[in-house]
Design a protein around this ligand. Structure first.
Ligand code: ADE
Ligand code: ZN
Length: 334
């Protein structure tokens, strides 16, 4: 069976990371930008490892040069998501790639994304919300204007604040100023941790940034006390199994190579609230349909398991109550 048409809730995507390679090539051609080096001969994105992935990602972002490009990107991404049954998606968006941290420019980019999101909601039945995201390897100073952009635009479309990028750059506490700003403005919080940095990075992220969700978080499996703490605190993990296997994320000091070794099942069995997302689908050759099919194949998950997964994701989503109710209705229509 394929799960393509089953309604789905996806919490962890990066907007630029959802850009199909052909879309980025098209923009590059229009603007005469030479980024041929970031593609394989078959047209897919080419990179060696996680750090190189971040470089290729940023090279692709150089083709996204104004609000109109982000309008087109958002439209293309939502068409693809809707074709895999996604009815609600949260996506990381970064002022660093949209006007360089300037609030006025950021508002213009956001307006363009929101127009595309409104059109997709009306035409395709998919709702998109944005989570403003610090790029960790740009350093703690850069996180401050990002937090200002987040706080100034928190509202209907922007629903939360988070951090992505190179997890091994600095410690979570180095970014506490930005997270404190967002928390004081009432924003819900998430942060990538435990994709590369093991249980200590997850523990410090919870302690120093006081987040509601953790992006990935799979390194927590190495520490049973930490797993218990996560269960007791009700923190939800945004797990991205296909991404972790493709990038060979770090679990027990080794690169994850096989779906069967992914800790999602053990985390779930321990009582952790897990959700499933694609992260940057064209970069990792995955889709939400593939993720569901692989979970069914590897861990014998059934429709009931996927219904629970959707509900866990909807409960943890950063949206307002009206949106949550609308999405709940969409999940019922199976
Ligand atoms: N930015 C885009 N994808 C990412 C990932 N998987 N981890 C950290 N930062 C990212
Ligand atoms: Zn991510």
């Amino acid at each position: 069976m394929t799960y393509k048409s089953m309604p789905k809730v996806e919490l962890h995507t990066h907007l630029e990371g959802c850009a199909p390679p052909a879309f980025i090539r098209g923009l590059a051609q229009e603007k005469s930008i030479d980024i041929s080096g970031i593609f394989n001969a078959d047209g897919t994105y080419a990179y060696r490892d996680f750090n190189h992935f971040l470089e290729v990602y940023e090279a692709a972002c150089t083709t996204l040069q104004g609000p109109e490009d982000f309008y087109r990107l958002t439209k293309a991404v939502l068409e693809e998501s809707a074709s895999h049954g996604i009815v609600y998606q949260e996506t990381f968006v970064s002022p660093d790639f949209c006007g360089g941290g300037d609030v006025t420019a950021w508002r213009e980019y956001l307006a363009a994304m929101q127009t595309a999101a409104d059109e997709a909601d009306r035409d395709l039945g998919i709702t998109l919300k944005g989570v403003v995201t610090v790029i960790r390897h740009f350093g703690p100073e850069a996180s401050k204007p990002t937090a200002t952009c987040a706080v100034e635009t928190f509202g209907d479309f922007i629903t939360g604040f988070g951090m992505a990028g190179g997890e091994m750059v600095g410690r979570p506490g180095d970014y506490a100023y930005a997270f404190d700003m967002a928390r004081e403005a009432g924003m819900p919080l998430t942060c990538h941790a435990g994709e590369w940095g093991g249980p200590s990075m997850v523990a410090e992220t919870l302690r120093d940034l006081k987040v509601d969700l953790i992006g990935h978080g799979i390194g927590a499996i190495e520490d049973s006390n930490l797993v218990r703490q996560i269960v007791e605190s009700g923190v939800t993990l945004e797990v991205c199994p296909g991404s972790n296997v493709f990038l060979k994320a770090n679990v027990f000091g080794k690169g994850l190579e096989r779906w069967g070794d992914h800790p999602i099942q053990k985390l779930r069995d321990a009582g952790v609230k897990v959700t499933v997302s694609t992260d940057d689908p064209p970069f990792f050759g995955t889709t939400m349909t593939d993720e569901f099919n692989m979970l069914a194949q590897t861990f014998d998950w059934t429709e009931d398991d996927f219904r629970t997964l959707n509900q866990t994701a909807l409960d943890a989503a950063f949206c307002d109550a009206d949106t949550r109710a609308t999405v709940a209705k969409r999940l019922e229509t199976e």
